[in-house]
Design a protein around this ligand. Structure first.
Ligand SMILES: [Mg+2]
Length: 306
């Protein structure tokens, strides 16, 4: 079934997803500060503000700005925006810093992206961490969400798994936002089946999402053991777990973030991804949505952000 989605609605959905992404990123990264314990969050004790956001949020803001500007991803423009706005102290990995420096100094993005990791291209979780709001923007079409996610990933991630990770997260956010418009919550197995259907069956990310569906109803500890928690910072060991968290907690943003924090690993990124998908469904300040006091504790988004 097709329907009309006006630009203002797309932007509102993308902004809600970005709020969930940036709060998850900023709160998640607090648990790398010595002396902070996941148990504090479980007990309802929040770290003192402000919570600084990291590379996940910086890049996601560029994705949303690109869509607000043109309604679609122009790969050349997005690559230039990523490169110009990169503040390396925001926690970018060394591979990302190198690619973005090459682009900033005039290397075409296809060359820069392909040169990473001895010519294999990056399969890092960086294309997945920034793409949730793009999926929410394309709430009317998982096919467009997937195609545009691919375009947004390719400028830095030439490895097929890095791209697959972005496609998975964008499709999850598209389905989550669509369900919000339709006024229902999809069953976890339906959401994961929708994500798996958009992926190349030969990819590890696809296998992970299928495994995530088999782990519904199992304790989070078991899901982490099988799916990973991002500690290798690859798409393969990040995306399936975050999809599992989002599917299980689609109507409860704080619970999704707590699950990511308790899982350990690349917490700012797992919380950013799961948070972007869940917030596309719940919104901000709603029952189960991004709590307004969490949003207020997050460092303001960059001035150039739309
Ligand atoms: Mg980060």
């Amino acid at each position: 079934m097709s329907f009309t989605l006006f630009p203002d609605t797309r932007l509102a959905l993308a902004r809600d997803s970005l709020a969930g992404l940036s709060v998850g990123d900023a709160l998640g990264s607090q648990f790398f500060v010595p002396g902070r314990h996941p148990g504090d969050l479980t007990a309802g004790k929040l770290p003192p503000p402000p919570w600084q956001w990291t590379d996940d949020t910086e890049m996601a803001c560029s994705v949303v700005a690109a869509l607000a500007d043109a309604g679609r991803i122009d790969r050349d423009a997005l690559a230039a925006a990523f490169a110009e706005r990169c503040e390396p102290y925001r926690g970018y990995g060394p591979g990302a810093v190198t690619i973005l420096r090459l682009i900033r100094t005039g290397t075409p993005w296809p060359v820069a992206a392909a040169s990473a990791f001895d010519g294999q291209g990056s399969c890092g979780n960086g294309a997945a961490m920034r793409v949730g709001p793009l999926g929410a923007w394309f709430a009317d079409s998982t096919a467009r969400a997937a195609a545009q996610a691919r375009a947004s990933a390719e400028v830095t991630h030439a490895h097929p798994e890095g791209v697959a990770g972005a496609v998975a997260v964008a499709v999850a956010a598209s389905l989550a936002a669509r369900a919000r418009l339709d006024g229902h919550r999809p069953a976890p197995e339906r959401l994961l089946a929708g994500v798996a259907a958009a992926l190349d069956p030969a990819s590890e990310v696809h296998r992970g999402v299928r495994r995530a569906a088999d782990l519904l109803g199992r304790p989070p500890r078991e899901a982490v053991e099988v799916l990973g928690n991002g500690s290798r910072v690859t798409a393969q060991d990040t995306v399936a777990f975050t999809c599992w968290v989002a599917a299980v907690h689609l109507d409860d943003y704080p619970a999704a973030i707590r699950a990511c924090v308790e899982a350990g690993g690349d917490v700012d990124t797992t919380a950013a991804i799961a948070g972007s998908v869940v917030a596309a469904h719940t919104g901000v300040g709603t029952p189960g949505g991004v709590p307004t006091d969490w949003l207020a504790a997050r460092e303001p988004l960059p001035d150039w952000s739309t």
